[in-house]
Write a protein that binds this ligand. Structure first.
Ligand code: AGV
Ligand code: CA
Length: 312
């Protein structure tokens, strides 16, 4: 059965590959895309999204909406630059003019409209901060009934998160840290949440063997696109650094196409909205239930994603 999906992303390499992969899934009907300037700059991330839909969207007409949301804790500039590189790839600039339209609405209102206009319930895939969803829920509480579930890349219950910033204690994951208040608003809703946290994404680092595999198949257009994108970010070689790249968002997106790639369990959690541990998600008996994705089958995941990317 076809699933209706709405994607909100923040323009990183794995965000844009997530968009590309959703467009390749046969049982997914992507009904809209929102772009939030968290781990990216807005213009190139919107532009790259439109070009990916043009090139790899099989003729589907899908609108892209730019967010007006701004976070509390900015991402490092080096990481935010990636969207410019993807947007400039020749593979995305061969055919002009760009046909995919940009919505006149800001992303959170575009999401409200998409949900209200849908007869079926919609699966939300958020692979950046939750700000646009939180704003949508505040402005239009009626949309909750239209949401099948939320798959969110964010959070962790590990001792060590992935935020290494002054004034923070390092326990948070970045998407939660960018706007901790938004996480709280979403936690206070009754939406079913699949939490693709660092527990599982830590199992899918970018490594040299996978890059070589994509290189060996570069005559295929889709594999070449994935390979070009992952050439822009640092792989795990000898040891993990602050910039080491994982396939965080791509794992999240892949769970929409194949649930069997991961293991989930229900946990109850709260989020810390401020202070030195802001953005930290923590297990708590009185917390709200979430489905924690705590394990991924690495080999099966990379096979799935490579097969999905292949155009021929
Ligand atoms: O925390 C992971 C989130 C994902 O949505 N992002 C990147 C993914 O798109 C932030 C992030 C954490 N560490 C990073 C990040 C890194 N080393 N490079 C770029 N972005
Ligand atoms: Ca992201």
């Amino acid at each position: 059965m076809t699933k209706k999906v709405y994607l909100n992303h923040d323009g990183g390499v794995d965000d844009l590959i997530s968009l590309f992969l959703l467009l390749q899934m046969e049982d997914v009907d992507l009904i809209g895309v929102g772009v939030i300037p968290a781990d990216c700059y807005l213009e190139p991330a919107v532009s790259a999204s439109k070009k990916i839909i043009d090139r790899f969207g099989k003729g589907k007409e899908i609108e892209v909406a730019a967010s007006t949301s701004r976070g509390k804790n900015p991402f490092p500039k080096d990481w935010r630059m990636h969207a410019f590189l993807v947007d400039a790839l020749p593979i995305l600039n061969e055919f002009k003019p760009v046909k995919t339209k940009e919505s006149a609405l800001p992303a959170h209102q575009h999401l409200i409209e998409a949900l209200r206009n849908s007869e079926e319930k919609v699966t939300l895939v958020f692979v950046g901060p939750l700000t646009d969803l939180a704003r949508a829920l505040v402005e239009a509480p009626d949309i909750e009934g239209k949401i099948e579930k939320l798959a969110w890349m964010g959070g962790t219950f590990l001792e060590k998160g992935n935020v290494e910033e002054p004034e923070h204690d390092g326990t948070a994951e970045w998407n939660a840290f960018w706007d901790p208040e938004a996480v709280k608003v979403v936690w206070d809703s009754n939406i079913q949440i699949d939490l693709v946290a660092l527990e599982s994404t830590n199992m899918v680092p970018l490594t040299l063997d996978i890059r070589d595999r994509w290189a060996s198949e570069r005559t295929d257009l889709g594999i070449d696109f994935v390979g070009q994108c992952y050439a822009m970010v640092p792989p795990l070689v000898h040891f993990q650094t602050n910039s080491t790249y994982f396939l965080w968002d791509v794992l999240t997106t892949a769970t929409i196409g194949d649930e069997g790639l991961v293991k989930k369990k229900e946990v109850k959690s709260i989020v810390h909205p401020d202070g030195p541990n802001q953005g930290k998600t923590e297990l708590s008996a009185n917390g709200r239930p979430v489905q924690l994705v705590y394990e991924a089958d690495r080999d099966r995941f990379f096979n799935y994603l490579t097969d999905l990317a292949r155009q021929n």
